[in-house]
Design a protein around this ligand. Structure first.
Ligand code: ATP
Length: 285
């Protein structure tokens, strides 16, 4: 039997997985197992025209946990993330098979109002994208569009969401300044505050810190950790150390397939599939 055909736990490849610096308490195995399934995906196939991007994906996203998607470029992480609030509906020629349940309800059912779905399942993108408006107007944009007119209520929402996004103390004296005058890290936290203002249950984050310097990245990671008590978070990241630091569950994708998902600490220290081990030990990707 060659070393390649041995089960992962019996292989001694000489390569070490990255050190998993889970500095703060991630959810324990028992907590993870006891968490209610917030999103359940089964037999999901996804196509851009005739090109299939996702193959038979099955995954449960536990409530009030952070789930990280890792894998090499082009493996389908962002596509899958966008399936969770139907952002792919905006791309012409896409097609989906299978089920995505949010709290046991099919998000792709004909009766589902996509605007309401995206309020419940908010999104933060790789590149911060504040509107060319004031800081305040950025945060209260969602509630305003939804019909909230009370200035007091809008101020209350702004303060609460900026607090939760760990930005309030930096901007409270200049709420009417342009959002575009903020630093990159502050703009990203503003976009998180804006996403929180619609009172979502799930927050999807597509490489939220990849354009930021180490200090701003660290603030976003702290924030993700704090937010999980209130929200269910799914994050796409290229950075395995980041996945290890912030997530409770990690899912590894390769060429459109979900190779393996499990508790982060276990996936990084004792992956059950060779492809996962090769990826986390830096053999490819
Ligand atoms: N709008 C699109 N139209 C057609 N094909 C697309 C589109 N977006 C993504 N794809 C294809 O789907 C596959 C998965 O892409 P996706 O962006 O989901 O991967 P990813 O793992 O998020 O990559 P990265 O880490 O580089 O962001 C790739 O082959 C990509 O070329």
């Amino acid at each position: 039997m060659s070393i390649k055909t041995l089960p992962a736990e019996q292989r001694n490849t000489g390569l070490k997985p990255p050190r998993v610096a889970q500095s703060r308490a991630s959810r324990s195995a028992d907590e993870l197992a006891a968490s209610a399934p917030k999103i359940s995906v089964s037999s999901l196939n996804f196509y851009y025209g005739s090109s299939q991007a996702l193959y038979d994906i099955n995954l449960t996203v536990p409530e009030h946990c952070v789930t990280a998607f890792i894998g090499p470029s082009g493996c389908g992480k962002s596509t899958f993330l966008r399936c969770m609030n139907r952002m792919n509906d905006m791309i012409e020629g896409t097609r989906l098979e299978g089920d995505i349940l949010l709290d046991s309800h099919d998000i792709n059912a004909a009766r589902v109002d996509v605007v309401s779905l995206r309020k419940r399942v908010g999104m933060v993108f790789q590149k911060s994208n504040p509107f060319p408006k004031s800081i305040l107007e950025n945060v209260v944009y969602g509630p305003r569009v939804a019909g909230e007119r009370s200035k007091n209520r809008l101020m209350e929402i702004a303060e609460q969401c900026l607090e939760r996004a760990a930005l309030w103390h930096e901007v409270k004296d200049r709420l009417n300044d342009s959002a575009l005058a903020l630093s990159g890290g502050q703009q990203q936290r503003l976009c998180i505050a804006r996403a929180l203002a619609t009172d979502p249950e799930v927050l999807l984050m597509d490489e939220p810190a990849s354009a930021l310097d180490p200090a701003s990245t660290s603030r976003i990671e702290d924030l993700i950790f704090e937010l999980k008590d209130r929200y269910t978070i799914v994050i796409v990241t290229h950075n395995m150390q980041q996945a290890a630091r912030v997530s409770d569950q990690t899912a590894f994708f390769f060429q459109g397939e979900l190779v393996e998902a499990g508790r982060t600490n276990e996936l990084f220290t004792n992956p059950s599939k060779k492809q996962t081990e090769d990826y986390i030990t830096g053999r490819f990707g």
